[in-house]
Design a protein. Structure first.
Length: 168
């Protein structure tokens, strides 16, 4: 699956490259207030280089407006995916870029054999939680202090098809 396609007017999805780490880091700092919630440049470089990672950027006129990453995990009996990261520049939010990035990651994880897909989200990020519920995710576990002291998360899951609820 190739990400070079138009998703929104003047927005193009493409695979992230090593040289994108600095721009993605700048995007992270515009989206998140706390260091515990964002990736640093070194983490981004490692993620982009990871062969099990799917990292895609949403670009407008050469500027990165959003990015997302998914991870594939295989064990002897099954394969699962994880929506590992997603961020959209505050000026570009509300334009369906986040949904397009999420759709791309979910479809790519599924095409690589993921049977279930997991993610974590901050309990106060109601926009993202609403989007994930609309996409078929269900709340699985409350994660106390997941993003640091007094910053809790929710682990969510959906079957790769998004049409039925899988059980552990």
């Amino acid at each position: 699956m190739t990400p070079s396609r138009t998703c929104c007017p003047h927005i193009r999805l493409r695979s992230a490259e090593a040289g994108d780490a600095a721009s993605i880091y700048e995007l992270e700092t515009s989206c998140f207030d706390r260091a515990e919630e964002m990736f640093n440049r070194r983490q981004l470089q490692r993620l982009i280089a990871n062969p099990r990672a799917i990292v895609v950027v949403a670009e407008r006129k050469g500027a990165i407006m959003g990015w997302a990453a998914g991870l594939l995990r295989r064990d002897r009996h099954r394969c699962s995916g994880r929506l590992y990261a997603i961020a959209v520049h505050p000026d570009a939010q509300g334009k369906r870029i986040g949904k397009k990035l999420t759709d791309y990651i979910l479809k790519t994880l599924t095409s690589h054999g993921a049977q279930r897909i997991f993610l974590e989200v901050h309990v106060e990020n109601q926009k993202a939680i609403n989007l994930y519920h609309k996409m078929g995710f269900i709340d699985r576990k409350y994660l106390t202090n997941y993003y640091g002291p007094h910053h809790h998360g929710i682990r969510m899951m959906r079957p790769a098809t998004g049409t039925q609820h899988a059980r552990d």
